[in-house]
Ligand binder design. Structure first.
Ligand code: ATP
Length: 370
């Protein structure tokens, strides 16, 4: 399933050069993106970058100042919110406290005057889908937070929208329940085939549930790609830094041919070796982004390492399954190396102030031209 890589695939949603201004402030800045049927698309970015504004434009609560939004090829601008095949699930769930679970789910269908028999069938189907059959007659205050979240989901899917917008849908749940619910959400999305667009502050959540993640900044999408590509091949320092932990080393590149570069980065240090598919000119400023888990920490200088630097252990973060070592180089640079604690070992194989070597291969990092 990768319609975004298929030039023939027809998008369900198209943002075409969409700009949204509030007075003199540009909240969405000439943004274009295609979202495909059955996608689970996540919007990720710092507070104020325009995630909610994108959702509100899809739902019809806001209109683009410039540009167009198409749903199944049709400009949705003239279509009022309640006539769009789009539903929005809010973080607060907005359940009716005096109505049972069953009536909460049936609410929109009754309002649409759907025949009674069809309503019953549809509500029962939604109860099965969200595993709420046993709770149909309970009121929202008589069920748990996780169950309330599922009622809200069942209600938003009852009318079989083409597109469901989820604004921090799991924000009210504690971490463990949140993680379990992420898998449930993926399962329900797959079963119904509905396109989901989710806004979340939690990058792990976006990486877990989404088919593609869009990393936003100041009303623009900086990169929209699969979680693996976002993590492995970020297109910028911004994206590399936003997702997960990363070492960013600034330097000046010298091309050596075949995508290989030598990078001068610190006085008295051997140049680093890296590869990049981006064309970087001689002397151009560049950044090498390396994930801590790609950096190996050893007591002795490793033989044949493309890159090896010496430093001292400055800090250790023990995370149970992983340990992250912060190693200080003679010039004050800190480089993080992460090791997997796969064997039952002592908490620390290196201690504070230990002299260590850090090494990585020429292809371990991503060399960015910006
Ligand atoms: P958060 O993660 O904090 O919810 P967000 O990425 O969803 O942030 P938006 O709510 O889309 O951000 O807001 C984007 C920018 O547009 C913000 O700077 C916000 O202050 C501004 N904005 C949003 N709605 C309005 C409005 N109705 N009038 C004026 N400015 C607005």
């Amino acid at each position: 399933f990768a319609p975004w890589d298929d030039p023939q695939a027809k998008p369900l949603i198209q943002f075409q050069n969409v700009t949204k201004r509030f007075g003199g402030f540009t909240a969405i800045d000439n943004l274009s993106i295609d979202i495909f049927e059955r996608e689970f698309f996540a919007l990720l970015g710092p507070s104020g970058c325009g995630k909610t504004t994108m959702m509100r434009m899809l739902a019809g609560f806001e209109k683009p100042t410039e540009g167009h939004i198409l749903l199944a090829g049709q400009d949705i601008d003239p279509i009022p919110p309640n006539k769009r095949a789009v539903n929005m699930m809010f973080q607060s769930y907005a359940l009716f406290p005096h109505l049972s679970v069953w009536d909460n789910i049936a609410f929109g269908l009754k309002r649409d005057k759907m025949p009674k028999r069809d309503i019953e069938e549809r509500v029962d189907e939604m109860l099965r889908l969200t595993r709420l059959e046993k709770f149909a007659s309970r009121k929202p205050h008589q069920i748990s937070g996780g169950q309330r979240q599922r009622v809200a989901l069942a209600r938003s899917l009852a009318k079989a929208p083409k597109l469901l917008l989820l604004d921090e849908p799991l924000g009210a749940l504690d971490k463990k329940l949140r993680q379990d619910t992420q898998f449930e959400l993926m399962d329900i999305q797959e079963k119904t085939g509905t396109t989901f667009v989710i806004v979340t502050h939690d990058q792990e959540e976006a990486m877990t549930v989404a088919s593609r993640v869009a990393v936003m900044d100041h009303g623009r999408i900086i990169q929209a790609d699969t979680p693996a590509r976002i993590y492995e091949t970020p297109n910028s320092v911004y994206v590399a830094d936003f997702i997960g932990d990363v070492n960013i080393i600034e330097g000046r590149a010298t091309p050596k041919g075949d995508d290989s570069y030598s990078i001068d980065w610190a006085e008295g240090q051997t140049p680093l070796q890296a590869t990049s598919s981006a064309a970087i000119e001689k002397g151009q400023k560049c950044h090498l982004a390396i994930r801590p888990e790609k950096v190996t920490i050893t007591a002795e200088r490793p033989a044949d390492a493309a890159n090896a630097v010496q430093g001292k252990v400055h800090d250790i973060a023990y995370l149970g399954n992983l340990s992250t070592y912060h190693v200080e180089l003679p010039n004050g640079t800190i480089i993080k190396a992460q090791t997997a604690n796969t064997r039952r070992i002592s908490r620390r194989s290196f201690s504070w102030e230990d002299p260590v070597w850090l090494s990585w291969t020429a292809t371990a990092g991503v060399l960015l031209a910006n």
